[in-house]
Design a protein around this ligand. Structure first.
Ligand code: ASP
Ligand code: MG
Length: 453
């Protein structure tokens, strides 16, 4: 059996949903489908709860959501339409109560927030299941809690409890498939052991798909999007970029983490152990096999597979003579940042400095935190907000002589200065920082050197 995941842009409008239906109809193997919210809906929910509202504003918001979903329901079958409309209305009433509660109490807890933002997926599955039924496919929609996707209970950034999921999800899905049902399951969230809705982080439906695949021992996870799979570079920067046919799990994870917005970085981990391949495919070009992520042991045709970037980062450097000797220096820094909920993308250290890449929005708070906890034993802390990170990925990097020289020469020839370099931690990726204004030049230079030159 397969897991097929469709992203929000695949269900953005009726014409796109028709393409999704065609892809599903053509697939003869047993399948479980998982779905994101209709494009833009999660953002709308998040924006709406960023402030408190009057009753009329809540009513108008929910009515607008209703309109935007009802218009996607199948036409021509009164009974189906009636059932699906009722199903949407039941969910919208619940949403409305939650929004009233938040605005009356002027309080939003992480738990309520997760319940509210999971609503986009609870609505979209109703639409797709009813449209599949209208085509004669025996589909049925399920919320992830009904299917038993159990999490560690961390709101906004949950991790699935794979042991529990294997026990609960696998048998349920297989029973449904045996009964001839095609389940359409909500993406983006699961449920904690004590019954709380917990979301997997933005774009978390890729992760849901991977969790379903691992739980059901699927033969493949298909991640369907409205664009091609992984590319040799962002086509907006390099128009001649090409789709990458194959990536190893490690290559895909590095690329996803360092900027390629093709796959949720965590989506690789649930399937890794069982070596279940992930295929990233385009619904508008369904005959193309897309990018296959698997345990790639094939002889590498190309040294470099792709180059990605992250612009919303900043560098923080903590200077202190003897930083390299002072035991616990790095531990104190990382612990303080973890407690402040600051994610460190990457770190490099020397005798006199610890340099870290952080999310742009975190860097000032990180500086304050570190000044506070490090007290007297650092010299100065510098922040660089104009950094961008560039990441080159390919299994050949670690094993082919002279690749690093080619990468850095190509950049140097453009007159671009490199600040931090991190290589060696992963055998399949290097990353380094350049000035934000030089990102495009850098990406093009590398792409030219390895792919088009
Ligand atoms: N709807 C959620 C989001 O927009 C999850 C997803 O799309 O995968 O982040
Ligand atoms: Mg989305």
């Amino acid at each position: 059996m397969k897991v097929m995941k469709f992203g929000g842009t695949c269900v953005a409008n009726s014409a796109m949903i028709t393409k999704v239906e065609e892809v599903i109809e053509k697939e003869k193997e047993d399948k479980v489908i998982t779905l994101s919210a209709v494009a833009g809906i999660t953002n709308q929910l998040i924006d709406f709860i960023s402030s408190f509202h009057k009753d009329e504003e809540i009513d108008a918001f929910v009515e607008e959501l209703r309109k935007n979903h009802v218009k996607l329901l199948p036409e021509g079958n009164e009974q189906l339409l009636k059932e699906a409309t009722e199903a949407l209305d039941t969910r919208l009433r619940k949403l409305s109560s939650l929004l009233y509660g938040v605005s009356y109490t002027e309080e939003i807890t992480p738990r309520t927030r997760d319940m509210i933002i999971s609503m986009g997926e609870r609505l979209s599955v109703v639409i797709l299941a009813s449209r599949l039924k209208a085509r004669g496919i025996n589909a049925s929609n399920f919320n992830s809690d009904e299917i038993g996707i159990i999490t560690d209970g961390v709101h906004g950034n949950a991790t699935a409890d794979m042991n529990e999921c294997e026990k609960s999800v696998g048998p349920k899905i297989h029973a449904l498939l045996k009964a001839g049902v095609t389940p359409v399951v909500t993406g983006f969230f699961g449920i904690s052991k004590n019954g709380h809705v917990t979301t997997f982080g933005r774009s978390g439906t890729d992760y849901s798909a991977s969790v379903l695949a691992r739980s059901c021992n699927a033969s493949v996870v298909e991640i369907w999007k409205d664009v091609d799979g992984f590319m040799t570079a962002d086509p907006k920067m390099v128009p001649e970029a090409k789709q990458v046919d194959r990536l190893s799990y490690e290559e895909a994870a590095e690329l996803a983490y360092f900027g390629a917005q093709v796959l949720h970085p965590r989506a690789v981990f649930p399937v890794l152990q069982k070596k279940i391949p992930i295929a990233v495919r385009n619904v508008t070009r369904p005959d193309d096999p897309g990018t296959i992520i698997c345990n790639d042991t094939s002889t590498k045709k190309s040294i470099l597979k792709s180059v990605s970037f992250l612009k919303k980062i900043a560098t923080i450097k903590v200077f202190g003579t003897g930083a390299g000797y002072k035991e616990g220096f790095l531990a104190d820094i990382t612990q303080a940042l973890a407690e402040a909920n600051v994610n460190i993308y990457s770190a490099t250290t020397s005798q006199t400095c610890v340099a870290m890449l952080l999310e742009e929005g975190d860097v000032h708070m990180a500086k304050k935190t570190l000044e506070h906890i490090l007290g007297g034993y650092y010299e100065r802390i510098e922040i660089h907000e104009n950094s961008a990170l560039v990441c080159v990925v390919g299994a050949g990097l670690g094993s082919t002589r002279g690749v690093a020289a080619r990468v850095f020469n190509a950049i140097a020839n453009q007159g671009v200065n490199i600040d931090l370099i991190s290589a060696g931690a992963s055998t399949v990726a290097y990353h380094f920082t350049v000035d934000k204004k030089d990102v495009q030049k850098t990406i093009r230079a590398i792409h030219n050197e390895f792919f088009t030159g």
